[in-house]
Unconditional design. Sequence first.
Length: 388
Amino acid sequence: MLAKRRILFVFTGGVAVVRAMEVARTWRKEGAELQAIFTAAATRFVQPLAFEALAEGKAHTDLWRAEDPFPHIRLARWAEAIVVAPATADFLAKLALGIADDLAAATILAARVPIVLAPAMNAAMWENPATQDNLARLRARGCFVALPSKGLLACGEEGPGHLADEGALRIALLRALSGEPLAGKRVVITGGRTEEPMDAVRVITNRASGRMGAALAEAAAGMGAEVVFLQGAGAPSPAGARVIATPTAEAMRQAALQEASGADVFVAAAAVADHRPVVAHAGKPPKRGAHVLALVPTPDVLAAVAQMPKRPRFVLGFALESEAHLARAREKMKRKGCDAMIANPPENLGAEEAAGWWVEEDAVRELPRMPKRRFAWEVMQEVASRVR
């Protein structure tokens, strides 16, 4: 997703520049190619050398360098996207008016690539009508915005003004880079595992980590979709999604039927437990000798959604099989009534990487082993191509 993408950071004069540099470092570890421009005010908080050490990219400060008479043009043409973090009130005003009196502002004015703005400032400055007017003007010109969060600010006051966290910044950048192929679409995704209670303490479950479901939700949000994430146990909370806790198969089924109504896409990536105890004890029974545990099947969440009278336009499932992956995935796809299936070998369960196959009625695409975030992006690109 971010690997090999050329991202130009613009750091402006706020204490949040320290956090912004940590975001840059995270993206560099994912393989992004980075450069940065520091405004004069930004260098009062952090030295450009720190960026070069942490993010392994070149830092720039001066519009008037004799060895390069056009640094703003060169940087504007190099970048695939420009991220301004933090975007101070002063810098937003400068961009809104088209002032180009330093390297940062001149580069943005010369750019033909998406601009992502991450405002951070005192709450009163953020809420000032002048700031809001400037931001509205920049949005109207096509800038993407990662809104600040609320909390205790560096000045000691409370309110909106915190730099958006890494997840929110990532979603804004992905939207900028992707062209938002899922804009206007509603996508419902399940992720994580279900836990079926035996008693107040013990559960029947599996080893799924929920990383795949969360990565799919992040990818869908990064493509511009309105995303609902039905969160099973263990799954991270993805940025850019509305999260609904669904710890059991029945809770997930009920939420899926409600949320999938009117949705464009449903993706069933959760590892739903196949069975639940007939009786779940209210307390914790004492340890005893061997005993028989009676089980009944859990509801089939994917089939319930795929067979709705007003089902989503596209329904995708995941089939975890230890053998005959393609044949069993295709059989499940037909039996459950979904449009496509990801054949998902068991070694993916709980792992950092994934491999598999995209299976449809008359087509198969192999997805070689790759990080789960990349795998999820590839899957959602296929989904987006089916619902345009």
